[in-house]
Write a protein that binds this ligand. Structure first.
Ligand code: PA5
Length: 448
C-alpha cells in the first residue's frame, strides 16, 4: 500500500502556504468524489478495481491457455500512449531484469511492444524477430483510428496471416477497442477476432486496469487479480476525505510548490531500473492531464543512481525550477551482499557484509540531503515491495491524486485537446483525404 512522506519539503514552505493548498485540494477532492467537475463523464476509472468482473479475467486466462497450447512464445502488443504505457510499466516492473536472456521453454510469452513509434527500422526488425518465433498479437486502440498503432497492425496482421493463414490468424489476434465504433472495431468484427472493450467513461491514460492493461499483463504471466486488489484497497483508503489523505497531501504539496514557490518541474525519481516505465506512465498521466491553458507542472524523470552521473549536476546546481518525488520500494526481493576481499584493491572492504541495497538506500538519503541543501524539495512515495498488489496501489494512488491535483489547479484532467495539433499537420503532410486545404496551407508554409 502506498505511503507518502512530505518531510523533504518542510524547510521550503511556510506552514500557512501548505495549509492553504490542503484546503484547496480538499475542495478538489469533493469535486472529484461528487463527480461535479469538468470531464466528469470520464470517471469510470475510479471504481474499476471492483468493477472488473472475474468472468473477464477467466476469459483472458482462456486466451492464455489457448496460446500456450499453440506454443506461442512472442506476444506483440500494439498501442500508444494510454493504450501502451500502463502495460509496459507493469510488465517491466514485474519481470526479471534479464528475462529475455534467461527464457526457457514453457515460460509465458515474451511481450514486445509496437505501434508506439513510426520508425521503419523498428517495424522491420520486429518482423525479423517474428520470423524466428511463434507469434500472437494484442492490438489496442480505444479510438481505433490512431495512426501509429494502425500502421503497425496492418504490417503485423499481414505477417501473421501469411504465416498461419487467415483462420488461424483470427485465433492469434485479439483486439481491445471501443464497444461500437472505430476502424479497429469494424476490422475485428469482420475478421472474427476476440474483442474487448475500453469503457467509454475511461480515458486512455486512466485505462491500465481495463483490458488495455490487464490482458497484456496477464499474458505476460502476472497476477492481475492481486493488482486489482491493491488498487481496490487503495481506493478504500483514498476515498476517506481528510488532511492525512495521501492523495490530498501529494496534490496540495505539488500545487503549493508550483503556485507559491515557482517550482514548475516535477522530477519523478526512482532508484530501481524496474521503475523506469512507471515514470514514463506517470509522465503521460500528469503531462496530458495537467498541461493545458498555459498551466501545469512539467513532469520529468530520472533513474538513479545512473542519472546522478548525468542529470545530477543540473538538479544540484542548475536553474532552481524543480522539486522531486521519489518512488521507492522499501524491500528488495533479492539479496546480494558485498564480501570482504583479502587484497582490497578496489578499496571496498569498508562495505564488507553490507547488502547492495543498503548502498542504494544511502545513495538515496545522501542525494535527498544534498538536493534539499541545493534548493530542491523532495517528497517520497513508497511501497513495501515491487509486486502486483503494490503496483495496483501505485496506479490507483497516482490516478486519484492526479484528479485531485488537476482540479486544485483548475484544470480538466480528462481531456487532451493539444494532442490533435501534431496530428492535423501530419495528416496534411501525408495528404490524407479530407485534409486537402490543410495540405495546401502547410506546403506553402514550408516553402514546397
Ligand atoms: O491518454 C490518452 O487518451 C492518449 O494517450 C491515448 O491513449 C493515445 O492517444 C492512444 O489512443 P487510442 O487508444 O485511441 O489509440
Amino acid at each position: 500500500m502506498v505511503k507518502i512522506d512530505l518531510g523533504g519539503c518542510a524547510s521550503f514552505e511556510k506552514d500557512a502556504d501548505y495549509k492553504e493548498y490542503v484546503d484547496k485540494a480538499l475542495k478538489a477532492f469533493d469535486v472529484l468524489e461528487a463527480e461535479t467537475g469538468a470531464g466528469n463523464d470520464f470517471l469510470g476509472w475510479k471504481t474499476l478495481p471492483v468493477d472488473i468482473p472475474e468472468s473477464l479475467i477467466r476469459e483472458f486466462e482462456e486466451i492464455q491457455a489457448d496460446w500456450k497450447a499453440k506454443g506461442v512464445d512472442l506476444a506483440v502488443v500494439i498501442g500508444i500512449g494510454g493504450s501502451y504505457l500502463g502495460a509496459r510499466c507493469a510488465i517491466e516492473a514485474l519481470s526479471h531484469n534479464f528475462a529475455k536472456q534467461l527464457r526457457k521453454p514453457g515460460d509465458a510469452p515474451e511481450v514486445v511492444f509496437a505501434g508506439n513509434n513510426l520508425s521503419e527500422e523498428y517495424l522491420a526488425e520486429l518482423m525479423d524477430l517474428m520470423a524466428e518465433r511463434n507469434c500472437a498479437c494484442i492490438v489496442i486502440s480505444k479510438s481505433g483510428t490512431t495512426t501509429e498503432p494502425a500502421v503497425a497492425f496492418r504490417i503485423v496482421k499481414k505477417f501473421i496471416e501469411e504465416r498461419y493463414g487467415r483462420k488461424e490468424a483470427a485465433e492469434r489476434i485479439v483486439a481491445v477497442t471501443d464497444a461500437k465504433k472505430g476502424a479497429l472495431k469494424t476490422l475485428a468484427t469482420q475478421e472474427g477476432y476476440k474483442s474487448y472493450v475500453v469503457p467509454d467513461n475511461v480515458g486512455g491514460r486512466y485505462s491500465v486496469l481495463t483490458p488495455v492493461g490487464l490482458l497484456p499483463i496477464l499474458i505476460a504471466g502476472f497476477n492481475v487479480r492481486a493488482m486489482l486488489a491493491g488498487a481496490a484497497e487503495t481506493r478504500e483508503v483514498l476515498k476517506v476525505k481528510g488532511e492525512d489523505n495521501a492523495a490530498v497531501q501529494y496534490a496540495a504539496m505539488r500545487n503549493a510548490l508550483y503556485s507559491v514557490y515557482g517550482k514548475s518541474t516535477e522530477i519523478l525519481v526512482t532508484y530501481n531500473p524496474k521503475f523506469f516505465y512507471l515514470a514514463e506512465w506517470w509522465k503521460q498521466l500528469y503531462g496530458e492531464s495537467e498541461g493545458k491553458e498555459l498551466k501545469g507542472i512539467y513532469p520529468a524523470s530520472v533513474t538513479n543512481t545512473a542519472d546522478l552521473h548525468s542529470m545530477g549536476q543540473f538538479i544540484q546546481e542548475g536553474s532552481r525550477i524543480m522539486f522531486e518525488t521519489v518512488v521507492t520500494s522499501k524491500t528488495s526481493s533479492r539479496s546480494v551482499v558485498i564480501e570482504s576481499d583479502p587484497q582490497n584493491l578496489d578499496c571496498l572492504n569498508y562495505l564488507a557484509g553490507q547488502h547492495v541495497e543498503h548502498c542504494n538506500a544511502m545513495a538515496q538519503l545522501g542525494t535527498k540531503l544534498a538536493h534539499i541543501d541545493g534548493g530542491v524539495p523532495q517528497m517520497e512515495v513508497s511501497v513495501e515491495k515491487i509486486d502486483e498488489y503494490n503496483l495496483g496501489s501505485l496506479f490507483y494512488f497516482f490516478e486519484f491524486a492526479c484528479g485531485v491535483s488537476a482540479y486544485t489547479l483548475g484544470i480538466n484532467p480528462f481531456n487532451q485537446p493539444g494532442v490533435e495539433a501534431y496530428k492535423k499537420n501530419m495528416f496534411a503532410l501525408l495528404r490524407k483525404p479530407g485534409f486537402e486545404e490543410q495540405t495546401a496551407a502547410i506546403l506553402k508554409r514550408i516553402g514546397e
